[in-house]
Structures are given as structure tokens and as C-alpha cells.
Design a protein. Structure first.
Length: 448
């Protein structure tokens, strides 16, 4: 019995060097996962841009600018179309496999990384199309799903163990994130800290290798440029004190936001309502977007404006109420999509509002800095991945040390408060309470 357990443990080991038993097939699977994910991320991003250009008649990737110049009827008709596509897509996807499919997080933790390939890729394709049409969700969900499916495919071909498959699927999801936004280090840390839930040394190299390869491959078609262009903000006593006070507020707000998204996901429409709910919900979003086009898409454009202090306080306060409502409405309607950039946008709006209030008492700090710090705080608290969030914000903005002290304080305090109240992250919305508890217990086990 002991001998059998010993051989099982050896088979489950992650080969940290090329000389380890089973290293060749494992590392070949890591390489091919990176290449395949990079190609998929580039193709899905180009598809999204094409859909956006056709539907909104805009140039480039600035949905906000195109929506601001579009007529009222275009807002209504495009989002009505998104509702029809969502409803029909969900019906079709329901025929591809039994049940409701398997979420990537659930697949990694409870199914050894196994997930229905056709249905998952179909959901990724559907999310890219409707996000391009203006649905208020993120575009990173599709390359994450594609990366996970590709990793699962090569795990099968290489006959990897369950533990190796779990890691590789998490690496594929993180590589999709890295390739979609050009953030290779952040994508690797996201794979380990958020998706796999373990920052162990033996996992680092596969995550780094797959994310770097995927990002490098995606650069063949996608630009190698930061997602957000911001000034070189500097730390100050004012920004440090603000971070200490605003971090807990962001943590509490993140808990409410995560619970709302969880509620929305648990109450997705079933049966014939899968056709009517997205039609009504997304038509409502289209109507409201006539006056507030900032609600459309993943929120990247309004975040950019908030980071550079180009949004009035009144509009920031209004969008702080409307943007989370739009995200919850889309999830409740059954629309698939990512939650990374939308959560970052909610944080940017919250940070900007709190920053303007702080400026009344302690003027002098650029308001855009508060938006950046708020985005990081909410993102860390909702993903419960503080380390990956800090690195992601550095890569997304191409800024490193200039405001690192208030950034770390905001992220740490927000995550601590959120984690103390709610163990569920934004990526656990589809997990049951029992699954969340089981995952928490597994995380607390000592490493093997």
C-alpha cells in the first residue's frame, strides 16, 4: 500500500527540471498551451474589434467614442441584437452538453481541470461577440476559457496526472489573461494566486513559461503597449493616509459587489426565459446607454478617463451607481463574459469619488491617482489576489515604483477586510457554498 502511494505521488509531481521523470511530455504540453492560447487570444481579440467596428461604426478600440457619436436607435437596436444573440446562443450551448457546463474555477478545483471543450469554446465565442456589441462585461473571459480548453486538450494528449492537469489548466487561463492584455507576469501570478490558489515554487516556472509564450505569440497580431496610459503619479503623505482609510471602504464595497454578482449568477434564466430575459435586460441597458454610453463594454475607456482626471465628480458618482447595476443586469440576463475589467472599472469609479471627497480636506494630490488606487483595491478584494493585482496594475499602466507605497496599502487593507467578511471571490460566483468551504479548507492544507 505504501509503495502504491509513493508511485502515485511521484506521478502527481510537477517536474521542476527537465531531468525529472515525465518532464518531457509535461513541458511540451506547457509550451503548446502557451502557443495555442496566444493564437486564440489574438484571434478572439480581433474578432471582438471587428464586431465592435461593424455594430458601432467606430474606428479602433474606443467603444465609448463610437457610442457617443451613435444615434439613439443604434443603441437600442444593437443591444436588442445582443439580447437575441445571447438568448439563441445559450439555447444552442445547452444542446452541446448535458447540464450547465463547468466553470473554469470549478473545473480546476473539483474536476481535475476537465471541462466540456465544445461548450466552453462556444461560450467564449458568444461572449466575444456580445461584448463587442456593448454588453457590460469583460473581454478577457473568452481567452481565459480558450486557454483552459487548450491546456485540457494537451493534458489529455500528454496523459498528465490530475495534479499536473489542474496546474496546466490554471496556467492556460492565466496565459489567456496575459495574452489578452499584454501582461505576462501578471497573467502567470493570476494563474497561481487566483485560479489555482497556491503560490508554490514548483508551480511558478510552468505558469511563467506558458504566460510569456502566449503573450509573445499574441504580439504578432496585437500591439505591445500598456492598456492604460497614465502620468507618473508620485506617493505622498496624503495618498498614503487616503489608502489606509479608503482600502477598508473598498473591501466592504467589494463584498457587496461580489455578493450581488453571485446572486445574479445563481438566478440566471432557465427554460424559455433564456430567450426573453437577455432580450429585455440588454434592451434596457441599450436605452440607458443613450444618456450614459460609458456603461457599454468592459469599462476600459471610462477607466482611462478616470485615471487621467477627465470625468466630472457628478458623472463619476452617477456611474458608480449605474456601472455595477449594468454588470449585475448582464450577468442576471445570462450573458457570458469576463469580470476582471468591469471590476477594475468599479474600483476606479469608487476611488475617484472618494478621492474628490478627500481633496476637499487635503487638496493637492492628482484625483486620477485615487482612481488608480481604487481600481487596484477593488480588483484585489474581488479576486482575492493581492500580489497578482499589484503586478497587473504595474503592467497595465507601465508604471512601477512611483506610487507603490499607497498602492500596496490600498490593496492589502481592502483584501484583508474583504477576505475577513466573505471567502468568495468574483470568480467563485458559480460555486456553491459547500464548494467554497471545501476550497478554503484545501487552501489551508500544508503543501505536499
Amino acid at each position: 500500500m505504501a509503495t502504491g502511494n509513493r508511485y502515485h505521488a511521484v506521478g502527481d509531481m510537477i517536474p521542476s527540471t527537465l531531468a525529472r521523470p515525465g518532464a518531457a511530455p509535461f513541458w511540451l504540453a506547457v509550451l503548446l498551451t502557451g502557443v495555442g492560447t496566444g493564437v486564440a487570444a489574438a484571434a478572439l481579440t480581433r474578432l471582438l474589434e471587428t464586431v465592435q467596428h461593424i455594430m458601432w461604426n467606430g474606428a479602433g478600440t474606443n467603444l465609448l467614442d463610437a457610442a457617443e457619436h451613435a444615434g439613439a436607435w443604434r443603441h437600442i437596436l444593437v443591444l436588442l441584437g445582443a439580447g437575441i444573440v445571447t438568448g439563441a446562443g445559450q439555447i444552442i450551448l445547452g444542446q452541446l452538453s448535458s447540464g450547465n457546463g463547468i466553470d473554469t474555477t470549478a473545473a480546476i478545483w473539483f474536476h481535475a481541470g476537465r471541462m466540456p471543450a465544445l461548450r466552453t469554446l462556444g461560450s467564449a465565442l458568444l461572449s466575444v461577440i456580445i461584448v463587442g456589441m456593448g454588453v457590460s462585461l469583460g473581454r478577457e473571459g473568452a481567452p481565459k476559457q480558450a486557454g483552459a480548453v487548450i491546456a485540457n486538450f494537451f493534458s489529455n494528449r500528454a496523459h498528465l496526472s490530475d495534479e499536473q492537469r489542474r496546474l496546466l489548466v490554471a496556467c492556460g487561463a492565466g496565459a489567456g489573461m496575459g495574452a489578452a492584455y499584454g501582461v505576462p507576469l501578471g497573467g502567470a501570478l493570476f494563474a497561481l494566486e487566483v485560479m489555482r490558489g497556491v503560490l508554490a515554487l514548483r508551480y511558478v516556472l510552468p505558469a511563467l513559461f506558458s504566460s510569456v509564450v502566449a503573450t509573445a505569440v499574441s504580439w504578432i497580431a496585437l500591439p505591445d503597449a500598456p492598456t492604460y496610459l497614465i502620468p507618473a503619479y508620485r506617493s505622498s503623505i496624503s495618498s498614503v493616509l487616503w489608502a489606509l482609510l479608503a482600502g477598508p471602504i473598498a473591501g466592504v464595497a467589494s463584498v457587496g459587489y461580489v455578493r450581488l454578482v453571485t446572486w445574479a449568477d445563481r438566478h440566471k434564466p432557465l427554460g424559455w426565459r433564456r430567450l426573453t430575459a437577455p432580450l429585455l435586460g440588454l434592451a434596457l441597458l441599450g436605452a440607458v446607454s443613450i444618456w450614459f454610453p460609458q456603461l457599454l463594454g468592459n469599462g476600459k475607456d471610462i477607466s482611462q478617463l478616470a485615471f487621467t482626471n477627465q470625468v466630472t465628480p457628478a458623472l463619476l458618482l452617477t456611474l458608480l451607481a449605474l456601472k455595477p447595476a449594468a454588470i449585475v443586469l448582464c450577468v442576471r440576463s445570462g450573458a457570458p463574459g469576463g469580470l476582471f475589467t468591469p471590476s477594475l472599472t468599479v474600483g476606479a469609479l469608487l476611488g475617484a469619488v472618494l478621492g474628490h471627497a478627500w481633496s476637499w480636506f487635503w487638496p493637492g494630490v492628482p484625483p486620477g491617482l485615487f482612481a488608480v488606487l481604487g481600481a487596484a483595491a477593488v480588483l484585489a478584494a474581488t479576486t482575492q489576489g493581492p500580489i497578482s493585482t499589484v503586478v497587473l496594475m504595474m503592467e497595465l499602466t507601465s508604471r512601477d515604483r512611483s506610487f507603490i507605497v499607497p498602492l500596496l496599502l490600498a490593496v492589502a487593507t481592502a483584501t484583508l477586510v474583504a477576505r475577513s467578511i466573505e471567502p468568495r471571490s468574483i470568480y467563485d460566483a458559480r460555486l456553491t457554498d459547500e464548494e467554497v468551504e471545501a476550497r478554503q479548507k484545501a487552501r489551508e492544507l500544508p503543501p505536499r
